[in-house]
Write a new protein. Structure first.
Length: 345
C-alpha cells in the first residue's frame, strides 16, 4: 500500500481550525496585556496629576484642546506655556534635561530638523496608547514624532480699509499697501521656508518689490493678524485660520485669502523622555492622536488632520508642507544675509 504524503482535506480543515483557535486564544491575550499595560499608564498618569506643555501654536487652539482633554481626564491638570522662537523652545527643553529641571513634559512645534536629531538620541517617548495602532504610519516620524496637523498660511486684510478685494499675494504690491502691510520677522524655520516659497511661487521680483512696500515686521503671525484686525495694518502677508477666525467671530473686519497653491507647515507633538510626568505625557499624546483629540485640534476648518474622516478637518492631501530638512542652520545663515539686505537695510 502506498502511503500518501499529502494532507487530506479533513486534516487540512483540522489544522486550520486549530490555528484559528490558537490565534483566537493568543490575540485576546495579547490585546488584554496591551490594554492592561495602558491602563497602568493611565492610572500612573492620574496619580502624577498634572503635566506641562511647551507649545508654538496659538493660545485659543491649545486652550480648546486642553479643555477637551481635561473633560476626559479631569484628574490630570495641564499647564501650557507658549514658546515661539526655537531659542525659546528647543534650547530651553535641552537645558532642562541637562540640568534635570522640572519643565516641559510635552513639546508641540512645527516640524524641525531638531526632532530628527533628538530622535536619534532617544529624546522622546514612543506613543504607547491605543490611538497609536490606527495612526497613519506615514505621519509618525522616527517612530516617536506624530504629525498632528497640517496648517495652511494665507493673506488677511482689513475690509474697512481695503475696498478693492485682495485675491493674491501680488495684490499686496499695490501702492495703497505701502507702509501698511505686516510681515513676520525671521523667528523660525517656518518663516524662512515661507519667504522662500513666496519668492519661488509669486515671481522672481516679488520679494524685492514687497520689501519696497516697507512692511512692518513683527514676531510671528499673532501680532500682525491682530494689527490687521485693529486697523493698525491694512493687511498681512502671513496669517493662519487659528488666529484670524476667532477675531472674525468677535466681529473683526478681516477677510482671509487662501491661495492655490498654498504654503503649509506640519505641526508635531512629542512626549519628552526626560519628563517628570512621563505617564501623563503619554496619555496626552495618545489623546491628541485619537479621533477625539484630532477633532478637537483640526475640527474647526483651520488645519488638516492626518486621519481621514475627521469632521471639520481641511484636506491634508491638498497641501504640501515645506521641506523641513532644507532649512539647516547653514541655509538660514546664508539666506538671512540677502533677506536682511532687502528688509533691514
Amino acid at each position: 500500500m502506498r502511503i500518501k504524503t499529502g494532507t487530506s482535506g479533513a486534516v487540512k480543515l483540522g489544522l486550520v481550525a486549530a490555528a484559528t483557535m490558537l490565534a483566537a486564544l493568543w490575540a485576546p491575550a495579547s490585546n488584554a496585556q496591551a490594554d492592561a499595560n495602558w491602563q497602568r499608564i493611565v492610572a500612573a498618569a492620574k496619580k502624577e496629576g498634572n503635566l506641562v506643555i511647551y507649545y508654538q501654536t496659538v493660545a485659543p487652539l491649545i486652550d480648546r484642546v486642553i479643555k477637551d482633554f481635561q473633560s476626559v481626564y479631569p484628574e490630570i491638570k495641564v499647564e501650557s506655556k507658549r514658546q515661539v522662537q526655537p531659542a525659546e523652545h528647543m534650547v530651553v527643553i535641552e537645558n532642562e534635561k541637562k540640568a534635570n529641571l522640572d519643565g516641559a513634559d510635552i513639546s508641540q512645534y512645527s516640524n524641525a530638523i531638531w526632532h530628527k536629531e533628538k530622535s536619534a538620541e532617544n529624546f522622546f517617548l514612543k506613543p504607547a496608547g491605543p490611538a497609536n495602532a490606527e495612526y497613519p504610519k506615514e505621519y509618525l516620524l522616527y517612530g516617536a514624532v506624530p504629525i498632528i496637523a497640517i496648517q495652511p498660511y494665507m493673506i488677511a486684510y482689513n475690509t474697512n480699509l481695503v475696498k478693492t478685494p485682495v485675491t493674491g499675494y501680488r495684490d499686496l504690491l499695490r501702492p495703497e499697501f505701502k507702509g501698511r502691510v505686516g510681515a513676520s520677522d525671521m523667528v523660525a524655520e517656518t518663516v524662512f521656508a515661507y519667504y522662500e516659497w513666496l519668492g519661488n511661487t509669486q515671481g522672481a521680483d516679488f520679494l524685492e518689490k514687497f520689501a519696497a512696500q516697507n512692511p512692518k515686521l513683527m514676531v510671528g503671525t499673532v501680532p500682525i493678524t491682530q494689527g490687521t484686525a485693529s486697523g493698525e495694518l491694512a493687511a498681512t502677508v502671513m496669517s493662519i485660520y487659528g488666529i484670524a477666525n476667532p477675531l472674525i467671530a468677535q466681529g473683526a473686519p478681516i477677510k482671509t485669502v487662501l491661495t492655490n497653491p498654498a504654503f503649509a507647515s506640519a505641526d508635531v507633538m512629542v512626549a519628552l523622555a526626560h519628563a517628570k510626568r512621563p505617564n501623563a505625557a503619554l496619555v496626552f499624546l495618545d489623546f491628541i492622536m485619537s479621533r477625539r483629540g484630532q477633532t478637537a485640534w483640526n475640527g474647526r476648518g483651520e488645519t488638516a488632520s492626518p486621519i481621514s474622516g475627521i469632521p471639520g478637518s481641511l484636506d491634508a492631501k491638498a497641501m504640501q508642507p515645506w521641506d523641513v530638512f532644507r532649512y539647516t542652520p547653514e541655509f538660514r545663515k546664508n539666506y538671512l544675509v540677502n533677506w536682511n539686505k532687502l528688509y533691514k537695510p
